[in-house]
Write a protein that binds this ligand. Structure first.
Ligand code: PLP
Length: 442
């Protein structure tokens, strides 16, 4: 048996860390050793409250025995089985269970292994559908500024974060973006959905006028942009986007990789906003973050539109070795059981008001230029230091980590999205640590 080295003898060189300032991190590492419920424990034994559900994924909290037991059982009975021209029952069971909680009509499920794969899969399905529907000129994909759809070439291209593209110098042709909705001048410190900006959806009309609707296959947006700092849509915005997509025969894709599985106090953001997309991408919370998995939910119209041609023919030339991996399906089924038994897909609704009120107590602290919450997502945005965007946010993140709070930093905004088992006392603790740190970090 391999005996792992003690932390103080760890070699840090070989692991090239993702989305990390590697040299800075390795000079002063921040390491988690274990986790239980709402907390991580660091390698030096400190408890750190998990303000971001890991990376927006551990919705039922850490260390869930039920999931561990299901994974072990599955590994010992069927550790792997192919899903290409072969099947295994647990994959069908899991898809049925997912379809049962999906927004109305989105009951066809394609399995992936991550949010990035879900985004690329949804984009490919959209292209294939338009072609099958006799609209082969609809090849253009539209994203939104400040959107994040993972790191595959498709998701990166429709994504609207320039840093994620700059180094790679190329992206898919025929991609364009509508404007983002972040408007501090009109909407800072809104306690509800931002009141101003529904008309920004009309930017799609600009792209239709520029390119022609007959060239556009799909628009992809996060219902609430997560990675760029919790940007909730202005009131009425998503409804308007839906109408415009319908008007122009454009498919609407919601990227619910973060908002899926109870984050807003409803099973999906589509339920929260009362807007149903044609395709919906998910990952993260689908297995409580325990085993990598993702899923794209498609409407019957899209699915059935591709079930054409001879029955012996593969309808969609797409899939991953690990699509519907039996161990991931087992983790997912156990996760759904927990969500249902504990009411976690809707629990956020009863806490959202407290979450919002507590965060808004930070208004007036130094450098705080916005506070925004929706469901159990929240962000506090600080003004950037002169010539050093992101530096204040980074210092705040490190300070909080040292004092027992972990969260995801996004430039000079901090983004929080706790496990959905969070209690009021945890919210108080998070906001208290954050508030003290904001006062300390100049
Ligand atoms: C909205 C959204 N889409 C896609 C992704 C990519 O997911 P993954 O990192 O699992 O590839 C993320 C990750 O944070 C996300 O927030």
């Amino acid at each position: 048996m391999t005996v792992h080295q003690k932390p103080n003898t760890l070699q840090l060189d070989s692991f090239w860390m993702p989305f990390t300032a590697n040299r800075q991190f390795k000079a002063a590492p921040r390491m988690f050793a274990s986790a239980e419920g709402m907390h991580y424990t660091t390698v030096d034994g400190r408890k750190v409250i998990d303000g971001s559900a890991g990376l927006w994924c551990v919705n039922a909290g850490h260390g869930r025995r039920q999931i561990a037991a299901a994974v072990e059982r599955q590994l010992m009975s069927l550790d792997f089985a192919p899903s290409f021209q072969m099947g295994h029952p647990i994959a069908f069971d899991f898809a049925e269970r997912l379809a049962a909680i999906a927004p109305q009509g989105l009951d066809r499920v394609f399995f992936t292994n991550s949010g990035s794969e879900s985004a690329d899969t949804a984009l490919k399905i959209a292209l294939a559908y338009q072609r099958a529907a006799g609209q082969p000129t609809r090849t253009r994909l539209i994203g939104r500024e400040r959107g994040y759809h993972g790191v595959g070439f498709g998701g990166m291209s429709v994504g609207g974060i320039v840093n994620n593209r700059r180094a790679f110098a190329t992206h898919l042709p025929g991609v364009d973006h509508i404007v983002h909705t972040h408007d501090l001048a009109r909407n800072a410190f809104s306690k509800q959905l931002p009141p101003h900006g529904a008309e920004l959806a009309d930017d799609l009309e600009r792209l239709v006028a520029l390119h022609g609707a007959e060239t556009i296959a799909a628009v992809i947006v996060e219902p609430v942009a997560g990675s760029t700092g919790v940007l909730a849509p202005p009131q009425g915005y998503l409804q308007r986007l839906r109408q415009l997509c319908d008007k122009h025969g454009i498919l609407l894709i919601f990227d619910e990789v973060i908002t899926g599985f109870g984050r807003l106090g409803t099973p999906f953001a589509a339920n929260y906003f009362g807007v149903t997309p044609d395709l919906m991408t998910t990952a993260k919370g689908i297995t409580n973050g325990t085993v990598p998995m993702g899923a794209v939910f498609a409407s019957r119209k899209i699915h059935d539109g591709l079930m054409t041609g001879p029955e012996s023919q593969i309808e969609l030339f797409h899939g991953y070795t690990y699509s519907a991996h039996p161990v991931a399906c087992a983790a997912g089924l156990a996760t759904l059981d927990i969500y249902e038994d504990e009411g976690l897909l809707t629990r956020g609704a009863s806490l959202a008001g407290y979450w919002s009120d507590t965060f808004h107590q930070l208004k007036g602290l130094p450098n705080v230029i916005d506070i925004r919450t929706v469901g159990l997502m929240g962000a506090v945005e600080l003004s950037p230091r002169k010539d050093a965007p992101g530096a204040r946010g980074y210092d705040l993140m490190v300070d909080c980590f040292n004092r027992g709070l972990y969260f995801r930093q996004s430039g000079d905004a901090v983004a929080l999205s706790p496990p959905l088992i969070v209690e009021r006392s945890h919210i108080d603790e998070m906001v208290s640590i954050l508030g003290d740190a904001i006062k300390r970090v100049a």
